[in-house]
Ligand binder design. Structure first.
Ligand SMILES: CC(C)(COP(=O)(O)OP(=O)(O)OC[C@H]1O[C@@H](n2cnc3c(N)ncnc32)[C@H](O)[C@@H]1OP(=O)(O)O)[C@@H](O)C(=O)NCCC(=O)NCCS
Length: 258
């Protein structure tokens, strides 16, 4: 049987299988297309191709023993992908457990981020000597529910969205949501304080077709970070299936709690 995660292509990228015999594997997945950074190792796959619990270390399996099948499947995919990716850095396999705040405890010398949604899952990792923090998020390509715009997007973000035609505006609103999830996932492990969606402003800059660069500007003090601090550039990709965002921050951007 073919492994759900298949190495192929440049060392920074993994090929993927889609769990379907009718569809040939894509050369790279949406996360690998998003990040063009040789410091990263990326593995991604359709979690529906993964057997819930198979290949987990006992401590990992224990942590999701009582979860529903879909959650066990996504968790399993994330763990297998993360391990597959960090082994490309020469780090041996070991359990990846999460702490009580659901933050993965990466092996010494490794940082990373895991994301999953129905139909896609990815892990992005790097050496801690090269990067300080990573955040990644994959969402299905669909408009952000209009009822969520007010909660997720700041007034200036809604102004920006209003300058686009309705279809693209809905997708970009989901992109703003995704970018906020990415920056939060990158920094929460050092800050350890909840941050509301209104507390970060995402500024989008169009790139080549289907890709955007973004800067995140903090609107309130957050842990050791001051209001007005900016993080970026992050990336956003919108393809025919996925809205995907990510950010890689240098070690100098980390400011552990005082
Ligand atoms: C943390 C959060 C962003 C994750 O959302 P999600 O919908 O579960 O996202 P994904 O599926 O893409 O990612 C889940 C993975 O992220 C990681 N993760 C979970 N919580 C995390 C946290 N607080 N910090 C960093 N990583 C976290 C885990 O690896 C998790 O997968 P696992 O449980 O299988 O290990 C979300 O639960 C949350 O709390 N959001 C509210 C706060 C927020 O986003 N504010 C935005 C301010 S700008």
């Amino acid at each position: 049987m073919q492994s759900p995660v298949e190495a192929r292509g440049s060392p920074a990228r993994f090929g993927v299988t889609r769990g379907s015999d009718s569809q040939p594997p894509a050369p790279v997945g949406p996360l690998a297309r998003l990040f063009a950074d040789a410091r990263l190792r990326i593995a991604e796959t359709d979690p529906r191709a993964v057997e819930p619990g198979a290949g987990l270390f006992p401590a990992e399996a224990q942590s999701i023993a009582n979860a529903v099948d879909s959650r066990r499947r996504q968790f399993t995919a994330g763990r297998l992908l993360a391990r597959r990716a960090w082994q490309e850095l020469g780090v041996p396999p070991s359990p990846l457990v999460s702490d009580e705040q659901r933050v993965p405890v990466w092996p010494t010398g490794v940082i990373g981020s895991i994301t999953h949604t129905h139909g896609w899952c990815g892990a992005v990792v790097a050496r801690a000597s090269e990067l300080g923090a990573l955040g990644a998020d994959v969402e299905a390509r669909s408009a952000l529910d209009p009822e969520l715009w007010q909660r997720v997007c700041r007034p200036e973000e809604r102004d920006f969205l209003g300058r686009h035609e309705q279809g693209l505006a809905g997708l970009l609103a989901k992109g703003v949501f995704s970018a906020k999830e990415s920056i939060y996932k990158a920094l929460y492990p050092t800050v350890r304080v909840f941050l509301d969606f209104q507390a970060m402003h995402i500024e989008m800059e169009p790139g080549t077709f289907g890709s955007w660069a973004w800067q995140a500007e903090l609107q309130v003090p957050w842990g050791a970070y001051r209001a007005g601090e900016r993080f970026g550039p992050g990336r956003l990709g919108i393809d025919s299936e996925w809205i995907v965002s990510g950010i890689a921050l240098g070690p100098e951007r980390l400011r552990p709690q005082r």
